[in-house]
Design a protein around this ligand. Structure first.
Ligand code: BG6
Length: 293
């Protein structure tokens, strides 16, 4: 049974800090206002759509062409890719990036403390029980907690597919992934090495950085901002910008929007897929912090 707006507001709103409303496309979203930030998250996909620290600009990016409809992903914010990433290896007809980003989740609980407001979303994708706890405060933390709720071992992939707003992606630099190996998804699946240079964007970029657990920094001179991303329980990092041709091919992505975004995804995909014993759980989390340059 989907939770109605009335029941969500009765059971899970937090005075002056969190309320539920009909958002884009009539989809239900939580709206958060605290001393340290504003933000929003849709029950559809357990999808964080906005986070703006007080005194700063919006950190997440949303396409003006995004769909907001059951069965469709929201383009931007933080889609949750689960239980597979990209195309399904065994079923080409299955949706890209799994099943949970295109359906309504429930709200399990909400809470507030000195770090901010936390909303915990819940969904099930047998054999998986899936929770996403999002803390909106001076930092934004998204924690995906999966439990193998079955009697047999099971394997899955996951990504917190975070879209960041940048002033100009051609001037942006990502540090923290130097001297790591990556799978280059543009023009085949070639294994390459990043070398000592920071990542810059000069063409379509779609890479899975392997064995990467360290902090990553996105420097954005055009917005005079630095975004710092730390993570736990994640061994892979995906970096994506569609550039001109791919953006033009995506109906839910504006043709001229690509310079204003890039994705840095906290992930466990490919060789870093997770295999969990019956009853076992895994938490993968990302914390984002923004500061002026
Ligand atoms: C990235 C993938 O994570 O997501 C890309 O590495 C993909 O290959 C991109 O194009 C967007 O995927 P989608 O399904 O949201 O269009």
């Amino acid at each position: 049974m989907p939770q109605s707006l009335d029941s969500l507001n009765q059971n899970h709103s937090l005075a002056d800090r969190l309320r539920f409303e009909a958002g884009e496309g009539g989809l239900t979203r939580a709206v958060i206002t605290t001393d340290t930030c504003t933000g929003s998250a849709y029950l559809h996909g357990g999808h964080v759509a906005s986070w703006r620290p007080t005194g700063g600009e919006e950190v997440l990016w949303l396409s003006g062409k995004s769909n907001y409809a059951t069965g469709q992903p929201i383009r931007g914010g933080v889609p949750i890719c689960f239980p597979w990433f990209g195309p399904n290896a065994n079923d080409p007809a299955a949706p890209a990036h799994g099943t949970v980003r295109t359906r309504a989740w429930g709200v399990a609980r909400t809470a507030a403390d000195h770090t901010g407001v936390t909303i915990t979303f819940h969904t099930a994708e047998p054999p998986w029980d899936v929770r996403l706890a999002v803390t909106f405060g001076k930092t934004l933390t998204t924690a995906l907690v999966i439990v193998n709720d079955s009697e047999t071992q099971a394997t899955c992939e996951a990504a917190l597919h975070t879209y960041f707003t940048v002033g100009d992606v051609k001037q942006a630099r990502i540090t923290g992934l130097s001297n790591t190996a990556y799978l280059d998804k543009v023009g085949g699946l070639n294994r390459r090495n990043q070398g000592s240079d920071p990542i810059t964007f000069t063409a379509e970029t779609d890479r899975v950085y392997l064995n990467t657990t360290a902090r990553v920094t996105l420097e954005d001179p055009a917005l005079r901002r630095r975004i710092i991303l730390t993570k736990r329980g994640s061994d892979a990092t995906v970096v994506w910008n569609p550039w001109i041709d791919k953006a033009a091919k995506m109906p839910d992505f504006g043709d001229h929007e690509w310079p204003g975004m890039c994705c840095i995804e906290t992930a466990n995909v490919g060789d870093h897929a997770m295999t969990l014993a019956p009853g076992a759980s895994h938490t993968m989390s990302a914390t984002i912090h923004a500061e002026s340059l």
